[in-house]
Design a protein around this ligand. Sequence first.
Ligand code: BT5
Length: 326
Amino acid sequence: MTVDAQILRALRNSGSEPVSGADLAAQLGISRAAIWAHIEELRSLGYEINASPHGGYRLRSTPDVLHADDLLALLEPGLLIGRDIRVFQETTSTNDVADKLGRDGVKEGVVVFAESQTKGRGRLGRNWVSSQGKGLWFSVLLRPSVSPQAATQMTIASATALARALKQAAGINCEIKWPNDILVKDRKLCGILTEMTAEVDKINYIILGIGVNVNFTETDFPADLRKIATSLAIETGRKFKRTEVAAVILRELNRDYLRLKSGEFQAVADEWEENCNTIGRNVEISTGHRVVHGRAESLDSEGALLVRTQHGHLERIIGGDVTLRK
Ligand code: BT5
């Protein structure tokens, strides 16, 4: 862990109690002058840190910037997802950056965030609005040993983790719409874009791209999204520190990924079903080349949606846009 991350962790852990420069220096094995230099650097990023000659350092407030060291400071050591965190001011799409890391052979668990994306994307080449500082736009590189057919499990696990995390971080009850939408009162709060590189029977890597609208006000959204999108701020009437929300999300993603890895997809799927608005509903699903009408019955063991059609057949759907019918 970097020196900045260790300083921030010590300051956060001590709350309103000051931490002495001498203690920090001893803990980190560097000089008090070096600690001071790091404190100055953190201040320049917007961290308000009080210093008194005898009392030590105290963290008064944190800025709403994404700072990899602060995220690491907030996460327990030893997590797989979030073991390596990289923050960019601007990218095309964080999925592109994660894809490059995947091709370069980087180990799973690395997370790439951007303050803004110039080419944020949804499924089928759709646009994803990723305004500067308004949300969490990030991608996680994973190398699960499952078949390419089971990749939808990753989207299911991410949605489950996101719903749980947003309940914890903001007290919001979300609904999951199969396969990749997190909604509040029918408006989209988060989207998930799962992309993978695979051979016939083996996944090389998966990239989970996640967008969470955090501090958008209604007018921050482009006009065409105002009626269909929402944010944590709109739903709760307050602003959030994105780093703190991100830490909760990464912790919960890590938990569900480990559940998948140890063969507990059914437990994840059960929790998913409790939060989902699709199962048991009449749906129309556009899969790109056809439209299926029927009743969504359940998920299968690979995360696909089983739909009972009007003609009584059970159809297995692995991707598409769902419209809920009355
Ligand atoms: C998604 O696609 O919902 C997947 C979104 C994934 C975004 C993340 S951000 C980090 C990573 N890097 C990327 O480039 N992408 C991922 P889809 O189901 O196809 O929904 C796209 C549709 O959602 C658009 O056509 C708009 O109608 C709507 N939309 C666009 N931006 C939105 C936003 N910020 N909030 C809510 N809805 C949005």
